[in-house]
Design a protein around this ligand. Structure first.
Ligand code: MN
Ligand code: MN
Length: 333
């Protein structure tokens, strides 16, 4: 598709980047998923939070800080808006006083996107939102997962039986057949535990857990080589919890854990996902009430742009393959 026909961000050369209504990456709002290859969405929901709340305010602040993003990636030179039709698809309607109703609404919103053929890239929200997103986009087959986080998020229940929290989404996703545990890698795991055996379940189903100690021993390049080996060639989803970063870089989050990787290392890792068959992604747990400088929202927006660049390449490759496979239509008659 020629560049001029795709939606383009408002250039900072035309309207200064502190001006205009803040949308994701300064793109036009596009509510019709059929007009998008990649939909940038917000899910302003933090009802799955078990500790400090606030991630419901993430999408609005990430939109604001995403005005710092320009068109072209400075390393890969990818301009995602040349490869794909990308727009701000708005926020998913949620019900802040009813968790189960919210899960249903999120699944419905993403099912509409998925049915229209648009790949989602989401700003959360707490990490529970990844579950209803996966219910929508992985219902035909399980996907692989590259999961950046200080926490495994594979707990069973909280508070004597609650199965749906931001500490449990990937256990539910494995149980529901939405992710293939043998194609899941978790990067940056650390922090004190409730129980000695709390990681046993995840390991028993074959999830590859890279604790932060192993991460620092191997380095980002080797860890991403391992991620590529684990995920392989099949469809894969990227989930980036900002608490995987050291709280020095991302203090505005509900469950900080010291001793994480840096923003530069995370960027290097996301760039290393180029070539994988990505079908979507999210950046979660940005909690603006704990982010007085706004820097964590800037980190969230920048990680979204990093993911957008590798996702746009994957979507573009799939489109090109699909077009090549189309039989040539007879002209006129
Ligand atoms: Mn998480
Ligand atoms: Mn976490």
């Amino acid at each position: 598709m020629p560049k001029s026909q795709n939606p383009q961000p408002v250039s900072g050369m035309v309207m200064p980047r502190f001006g205009e209504v803040p949308t994701f990456m300064r793109l036009p709002i596009e509510r019709d998923p059929a007009k998008l290859d990649i939909a940038l969405c917000g899910v302003p929901f933090d009802g799955g939070t078990t500790n400090r709340p606030g991630a419901r305010h993430g999408p609005r602040e990430i939109r604001n800080m995403s005005s710092f993003m320009r068109r072209v990636h400075h390393v890969s030179k990818i301009a995602p808006y040349e490869l794909c039709r990308v727009g701000d698809h708005g926020d998913c309607p949620v019900n802040p006083i009813d968790l189960h109703d919210s899960l249903a609404r999120i699944e419905e919103f993403y099912t509409r996107l998925h049915d229209a053929g648009a790949a989602p890239l989401t700003a959360g929200g707490d990490h529970l939102i990844s579950l209803p997103i996966l219910r929508a986009i992985a219902r035909e087959r399980p996907v692989g997962l590259i999961h950046f986080d200080a926490h495994s998020d594979t707990g069973d229940t909280y508070f004597g039986g609650e199965k749906y929290t931001h500490g449990t989404p990937f256990r539910r996703a494995v149980e529901e057949g939405l992710i293939d545990p043998k194609r899941v890698i978790q990067i940056g795991i650390r922090g004190s535990m409730y129980e000695r055996d709390e990681k046993d379940w995840a390991l028993s189903v074959g999830i590859r857990m890279v604790h932060i100690e192993e991460y620092f021993a191997l380095g980002p390049e080797a860890v991403i080589a391992e991620a590529r080996r684990i995920v392989g060639e099949g469809p894969a989803y990227v989930s980036f919890d900002v608490d995987g970063l050291d709280p020095v870089y991302a203090p505005g989050t509900g469950t900080p854990e010291i001793g994480g990787y840096s923003t530069a290392e995370a960027q290097q890792m996301i760039r290393g996902l180029a070539g994988l068959d990505l079908v979507g992604g999210d950046v979660v747990e940005v909690a603006p009430p704990f982010d007085p400088s706004g820097n964590t929202a800037l980190v969230g927006a920048t990680m979204m742009f990093e993911i957008l660049c590798v996702l746009a390449s994957a979507v573009h490759r799939r489109k090109a393959r699909a077009e090549a496979a189309q039989p040539v239509e007879a002209d006129g008659n």
